[in-house]
Write a protein of this length. Structure first.
Length: 127
């Protein structure tokens, strides 16, 4: 596959716009089927072009990004908005926040029901 200047490998683009910390993590995510472009699962070598919609599953969150341009190299955090447009609904990020709270409230197996004191502490935390 010949990659022209206006296209870039999807794994390299995801790394360059700071969706993944390393390029190998981006490649592994593509291999696992967690990355789709325009609704189709992609291999890490597929070229990405401006105007395409990329969906990346990171844990519980499905991040939706619109490709604006292809960066020449990894860009700083301030420049990321130049190369991609975040279209993820706020409800997706809320899922991750709720999961963190649920893990915090989870009780060890076999510890029984919360006591009255435990329940008051939980109510105070959530109220």
């Amino acid at each position: 596959m010949v990659i022209s200047p206006e296209t870039e490998r999807i794994d390299k683009w995801l790394w360059a716009v700071r969706i993944f910390k390393t390029r190998s993590l981006a490649t592994d995510s593509c291999r696992a089927g967690s990355v789709t472009v325009n609704g189709q699962p992609v291999k890490s070598s597929r070229g990405v072009r401006p105007g395409e919609i990329v969906v990346v599953r990171q844990g519980l969150v499905h991040r939706t990004l619109k490709v604006r341009a292809v960066p020449p190299a990894r860009v700083g955090a301030r420049l990321v908005a130049t190369y991609c447009e975040e279209q993820t609904p706020p409800a997706e990020f809320e899922k991750a926040r709720r999961q963190r709270v649920q893990q915090f409230l989870a009780r060890a197996k076999g510890s029984g029901r919360p006591t009255k004191r435990d329940r008051r502490l939980i109510d105070r935390l959530l109220g």
